[in-house]
Write a protein of this length. Sequence first.
Length: 395
Amino acid sequence: MNSEQILSTFTSFYRERGHRPVTGSTLLPPPGDPVLFTTSGMHPLTPYLEGTRPHPLGGRLTNVQRCLRTTDLDEVGDGTHLTVFEMLGSWSLGDYSHSQSLRWGYELLTDGYGFDPGRLYVTVFGGDERLGPDTSSLRTWQELGVPVELTRDENWWSNGPTGPCGPDSEIFVWTGDGPPVSTPTGDERWVEIWNHVLMGYRRHEDGSLTPLPRPSVDTGMGLERLVPLLQGKRSVYDSDLFEPWMRLVPGVWGLSGEEPRRIVSDHLRSSIVVIGDGVLPSNTGRGYVLRRLVRRLLTVLWREDPSRTLGDLPRELVEHTRQHFRQEDGEVDVRGVLLDEERRFRGLLTRGRSVLSRPRFSGRSLTPEDFLYLHDTHGLPRELVEGLLDESLVS
Ligand code: SER
């Protein structure tokens, strides 16, 4: 199955079971939301999961939501972590039970996607000092014949320090070469692919829980984790999601290592999507996240060869990305934004190198006052100065 078929298998499965697709999957949360970017599929649905008002499309929903997480930025370059990714989600807003959600999840994974049931394992909330074990999920999985591991904190999902939360059940697939061994918490070759949360409580400032008037179910499955598993690939970069990137990037910029290739591809792909959703580089908020992504990838590109330029970014990569993320053509000049930021960054580096080579800075470490002066007088952010000093930026 290619990734588009994997996507449509998911949405068709839930549509056939009465779920309405939620449209509008932009990375930008609704006004008033304190978070910069949407970080999970359920995020835009938070008020409905709390049961404060009914969703206009009803109690059964499905969606493909693009998400951005900067918490994993340092892990980008391995086989699984991406900055922008997509979550396949299904929701029962006070409609069907958590147990029904697990049964459908099992059906889709085995009948729809063809996973061998013998390579599945699940985890279930085993109880803590506040609540007993999730016996309903335990029974459901036992009836389906799937082995269960009970945990505590790993199977409690919350949206943040306060807000909707509840016990969850996570589905793992065995990715080892031989037959499955151990349990999900005992062997990292068990890879989590899908989380089914029973959103049954609200957590308050003091940590106490009150039951929600109408429990809901929230599920989320990372597309970029699912696709390589179904395509028999070791990493997301070997799947069709990154096929044009891995084909074209080495030819354009000749990056020598696997990790730099992955970082450049992830950050560029993410930047294209962020720009496509209407963000411009700046020194604050969303724009700053974009600026960091672009500068980070330029740093990687220029480490080997400072003459490399985003002007060589192949059109096919921009188009492939915008098409995959279902962004309209031609609304935003993605290449223009990237090139502007490149020019600005190149200018800053030149200025930084020249200022730092002055006698007043030589042979000593910089003080907080120096950093302030460099920032206020020369527009050189501390992060950039430190990069120049430890030579992680082009010298
Ligand atoms: N909210 C859960 C998660 O993000 C399931 O969607 O994992």
